[in-house]
Design a protein around this ligand. Structure first.
Ligand code: CO8
Length: 258
């Protein structure tokens, strides 16, 4: 499917998806979300790819759902098309790691998309917010849920109830982003990290991501049991033998993804 609202490219084992509706600050219309889902599925199925990066422009990661497109929808419309989350959940079900590289505005659905990625690297001009309340709506793609889990009730509640934006430094302080880099270096740094991840054993990367995500879905005792079982399974991999042998032999491991 030819894309009009996103750009895709690959660099070695890394796929980059760039949101590309500059005139609307990358606001999500139906077409952009269909294309985004299609691209994530395509890269998820591509054996050559080990990690994905989702990014926007220096001014905006994404300013949320397209307000002009959704303004006239009624209840039956949004119910029938399961607006818009059903489509988006695809991105959060990907087993390969997805890094959000966020510069500028990440608002509403834009913040929610970043939260669906595995971690966020922020440019120093990043601004996160759930401003839906100010346009007579509310977060509808996980904002009230993921934000509360990631940054705690008080800040999540304040952001959702007031629409206040959080800058990059505050986002780093409260654990919303893994770290901040100068906005001009964001893409390069996200690519460096993505290449590093893509160079590790792919199946072990998948298991590690699944285990961290378990922490948000289960009790501590269950999560620790799950982790131990998965950890034991790693010893069945050739890559575990290679990784540890390479350490002992003081050389770089060559993983075969087996
Ligand atoms: N939808 C449609 N168009 C938008 C959006 C948007 N969310 N955001 C910006 N634009 C457009 C503007 O209309 C403008 O277009 P034009 O030049 O044709 O008038 C262009 O982008 C540039 O925007 P501004 O002139 O406003 O730029 P500023 O730098 O002055 O302001 C802001 C930037 C602060 C980001 C401002 O544009 C703004 O407040 N945007 C709206 C942010 C917002 O409210 N987002 C939440 C949307 S609702 C949502 O995401 C609900 C999710 C529900 C779940 C469903 C999942 C998708």
């Amino acid at each position: 499917m030819p894309y009009e609202c996103i750009l895709t490219e690959t660099d070695g084992a890394v796929a980059v998806i760039t949101l590309n509706r500059p005139d609307a600050l990358n606001a999500f219309n139906r077409q952009l979300m269909d294309e985004l889902t299609d691209a994530v599925k395509k890269f998820e199925a591509d054996d050559a790819i080990g990690c994905m990066v989702v990014t926007g422009s220096e001014k905006a990661f994404a300013a949320g759902a397209d307000i002009k497109e959704m303004a006239d929808k009624d209840y039956i419309d949004v119910l029938k098309e399961d607006f818009i989350t059903a489509n988006w959940e695809e991105a959060s079900r990907a087993r390969k790691p997805i890094i959000a590289a966020v510069a500028g505005y990440a608002l509403g659905g834009g913040c929610e998309l970043a939260l669906m990625c595995d971690f966020i690297i922020a440019g120093d001009n990043a601004k996160f917010g759930q401003p839906e309340i100010s346009i007579g709506a509310m977060p509808g793609a996980g904002g009230t849920q993921r934000l509360a889990r990631f940054i705690g009730k008080s800040k999540a509640m304040e952001m959702c109830l007031t629409g206040r934006m959080m800058d990059a430094e505050e986002a780093e302080r409260c654990g919303l982003v893994s770290r901040i880099v100068p906005k001009g270096e964001l893409r390069e740094e996200a690519m460096r990290v993505a290449k590093q991840i893509a160079g590790f054993s792919r199946p072990i990367t998948i298991l590690t991501k699944e285990s961290v995500n378990r922490a948000f879905e289960t009790t501590l005792a269950e999560g620790v049991r799950f982790e131990r079982r998965v950890f034991h399974s790693v010893f069945a991999f050739e890559d575990q033998k290679e990784g540890m042998a390479a350490f002992a032999e003081k050389r770089k491991p060559v993983f075969k993804n087996r």
